[in-house]
Design a protein around this ligand. Sequence first.
Ligand code: ZN
Length: 119
Amino acid sequence: MYEDASTTPTPCPTCGALPVSSKETTPVPIRDVTFGERLLTLIWLKRRMVCPSPGCERQSFVEASAEVGVRRRTTDRFRRLLGRVVADQGRNVAGVAESHHVAWHTVHHAQQPTVKHGR
Ligand SMILES: [Zn+2]
């Protein structure tokens, strides 16, 4: 499954100009919600963009994705799902992590906001 993030261009972090071209594309696997036993992994085509401003020192930068976030390898909705499983089904973090094939700390962090809001 491929998801092209080209619909939301990331402006240059240095000068704010919108890129007009990209140099290269790096496929990044992102864990998403699990449907039954099937693991759903999105392939995010992360692109290295070229800054169009002639005087800009940055020249190129990697585009960002609002849904995935910086340095994360799971989507927001997947983390929300993990938090809900722990809260609604009363399951322990280690068990949820194992059944969803993710690290313990991923589930642990996912459940924090859910617990805080008393759900
Ligand atoms: Zn720039």
